[in-house]
Ligand binder design. Structure first.
Ligand code: MEV
Length: 375
């Protein structure tokens, strides 16, 4: 008998499959139990319960030559099936090729009411300020400090300001808490050195030094032929050229990225904010993905975006389901996780624009939806 497909299996069979494929020795089912109220109450204020959403597994992903199961937490039907389908097509040409850059983030200390000598004074005290920052954390390291003069562009004419920016290597953490702590730690010294007033002390979620780039080639035959490839390129032309379409196109990308982010306990709001700012980096909001036809007539896709994620600290250390998701992925670093997310985003976008360019989203996506919710 032919082997059952993942979607044809019972829940027990799926859990066994995951266990076998990943060699996880922990009790998977126990890790998937809803969060206990006491834990929820420790996480947020005024807790009254937990809001659970489905977690599923996207199959067929090959990332930099490694086959892996991708946990996705999402309430929307068809996203997991679509990601699996797109990954299956990508697999024909070797799957997803992904590179991740550094793990540097920026923490900003906004200083107002300073004169022109303030920048130099701060730069002269760089060593001392870095030492104050680094005394606050053992896990992440402030590697540099930079200054920027900024003119108020708001209508309130608040005058010039000086940004003192810590460059922090967050390694395998997302880093928000450590960065904010470091910024707050140097603030009194910054005020004293400059004679100005420090206002904000906070990380930037625009993580342009944590970039990830992912590429894949999708077989034209599997996509439905050259005509579909052509129609997908028209879809891309619209997403590149028109903000109304670009936002929806990128929403499809984020269906993939956010679902992995949620499953693995990431701050998906930070990821979203950074991704959308990057989409508008040339002054116009455009598609996060790029598409072109290869010489062979297949469809090549690419996504590049900042991804600030962590595999240590925060909710990843507290939430059993997030821990499980990280174990299923078998990621060894924050960069590994970011690479999976980029691949999920590209896969999801391909699936959406393929369906839109062919049968239409209602036909495929919503048919599945109706089947699932029919009583
Ligand atoms: C629906 O969640 C996502 C899509 O609208 C994305 C797109 O239009 O590309 C289908």
């Amino acid at each position: 008998m032919a082997e059952k497909k993942f979607y044809e299996m019972s829940r027990g069979e799926r859990l066994n499959y995951v266990k076998k494929a990943t060699e996880i020795s922990d009790d998977i089912e126990a890790m998937l139990k809803p969060l206990a109220f006491d834990d929820a109450n420790r996480m947020v204020e005024n807790a009254i319960g937990v809001m659970s959403i489905p977690m599923g597994i996207a199959t067929n992903f090959v990332i930099n030559g490694r086959e892996l199961l991708v946990p996705m937490a999402i309430e929307e039907p068809s996203v997991i099936a679509a990601a699996s389908k797109a990954a299956k097509i990508a697999k024909i040409n070797g799957g997803f090729t992904v590179e991740a850059g550094g793990s540097l983030m920026i923490g900003q200390v906004q200083t107002v009411g300073v004169d022109k000598t303030a920048s130099d004074k701060i730069l002269k005290s760089k060593k001392q300020l870095l030492a104050i920052a680094n005394a606050k954390s053992r896990s992440v390291v402030a590697t540099d400090l930079q200054v920027r003069q900024l003119r108020d562009a708001s209508p309130n004419n608040m005058g010039d300001m000086l940004l003192v920016e810590l460059v922090i290597d967050t390694k395998d953490a997302m880093g928000a808490n450590a960065i904010n702590t470091m910024c707050e730690a140097i603030a009194p010294q910054v005020a004293e050195i400059t004679g100005g007033e420090v206002v904000l002390k906070i990380l930037s979620n625009y993580a342009t030094r944590r970039m990830v780039k992912c590429r894949a080639v999708f077989d034209k035959g599997e996509l439905g032929g050259s005509e579909i490839v052509e129609r997908i390129l028209y879809a891309y032309a619209l997403a590149y050229s028109d903000v109304y379409r670009a936002v929806t196109h990128n929403k499809g990308v984020m269906n993939g990225i956010d679902a992995v982010a949620l499953a693995t306990g990431q701050d998906f709001r930070a990821i979203e904010a950074g991704a959308h700012a990057y989409s508008a980096r040339d002054g116009t909001y455009r598609s996060l993905t790029k598409w072109h036809r290869t010489r062979e007539g297949d469809l090549a896709g690419e996504i590049e975006l900042p991804l600030a994620v962590g595999i240590v600290g925060g909710i990843t250390a507290m939430h059993p389901a997030a821990k499980l998701a990280l174990q299923i992925l078998g990621v060894k670093s924050a960069k590994d996780l970011a690479m999976v997310m980029a691949a999920a985003g590209l896969a999801q976008n391909l699936a959406a624009i393929r369906a839109l360019s062919a049968e239409g989203i209602q036909e495929g996506h919503m048919r599945l939806h109706k089947r699932k919710f029919r009583k």
